[in-house]
Design a binder for this molecule. Structure first.
Ligand code: PAF
Length: 286
């Protein structure tokens, strides 16, 4: 098993990528904030299948965290992350300091208007502005042909796809299915914050999404009714505070009174100060 090289400056990672490209290799990028788990491994493996040179960026991006969020306690586990990257087939890790990504005087940000303000964006103002800004920078730095993101962060993937279309960025944004624990809990770096009791109850997120899916499969089309049932179900789980449980169009991120077409059922809850999200996609034919 060859360990991926670690680059912590922009010239170093550009040099590694340029050398690979000159050798005819296709470049794949997997942007992450580290604390890697099997969900990230699937992204890196998917990238490795399609691209001969896979770069994993590991950067806990300060601009996507609110002032009261978990930026400082976000797990930083570079040694373990490097092993996982090696096993999954990454060739290089780009792990810059904040001062490299945001040097003194930095003042340029990217926004995907309105889409950044709904669902997760409503509770986390500025979050998607930080995500779009850092991801666009990573695209310019690594210049990949393809970039891989997890379906668990569905809103993020939709916003980034919109961004590359709107700004003519020559990168394909590819979304990879969510990896789940046996009880359905979506893998997340934040799951490690849960105590054993919270962990037990966290399966409720996936169960609630499945209950919504069953209602739709049985013919229910009243969005408000399904959202209310999801919120009631989540609110009954010990230790849970519901942030949102919403159904929107996957094309516009707008709510629909009556469900039709490609939809996203998304929810976010707090267990104490730990915020967990999950989602399900469906195509409602009639
Ligand atoms: O999904 C994440 O881990 C982050 O939002 C990302 C895309 C790496 C940007 O910091």
């Amino acid at each position: 098993m060859t360990l991926p090289i670690i680059c912590d400056t922009i010239p170093d990672i550009r040099k590694a990528v340029d050398t690979a490209r000159r050798a005819g290799k296709r470049i794949g990028l997997v942007p992450t904030m580290g604390a890697l788990h099997d969900g990230h491994a699937r992204l890196i493996e998917a990238a490795h299948k399609d691209c001969e040179f896979v770069v994993v960026s590991i950067f806990v991006n300060p601009t996507q965290f609110g002032p009261k969020e978990d930026f400082h306690r976000y797990p930083r586990t570079l040694d373990e992350d490097r092993d996982l990257c090696a096993r999954a087939g990454a060739a290089a890790i780009f792990a810059p300091d904040a001062a490299i990504m945001y040097p003194p005087g930095f003042r340029t940000f990217v926004e995907v208007q309105t889409w950044q303000d709904v669902l997760c964006g409503a509770a986390r103002p500025g979050h998607f502005r930080g995500v779009c800004t850092v991801v666009l920078k990573l695209f310019h730095i690594a210049r990949p042909e393809v970039a891989f993101f997890g379906q668990k962060d569905a809103q993020q993937a939709l916003i980034l796809s919109r961004m590359v279309r709107d700004l003519d960025v020559p990168v394909e944004v590819r979304t990879i299915p969510t990896v789940r624990e046996p009880d359905g809990l979506a893998l997340s770096s934040r799951n490690r914050y849960l105590d054993p009791e919270q962990r037990l109850h966290a399966a409720a997120l996936w169960q609630t999404l499945q209950a919504a899916r069953q209602l739709i499969e049985k013919g229910e089309r009243d969005s408000a009714l399904i959202e209310r049932l999801m919120k009631e179900r989540l609110a009954a789980v010990p230790g849970v505070r519901v942030d949102f449980a919403s159904i929107v169009s996957r094309e516009s991120l707008a709510p629909q009174a009556r469900l039709q077409g490609p939809i996203l059922i998304a929810l976010a809850v707090f267990f104490g100060s730990t915020r967990l999200i999950d989602n399900l996609q469906m195509d409602v034919l009639e």
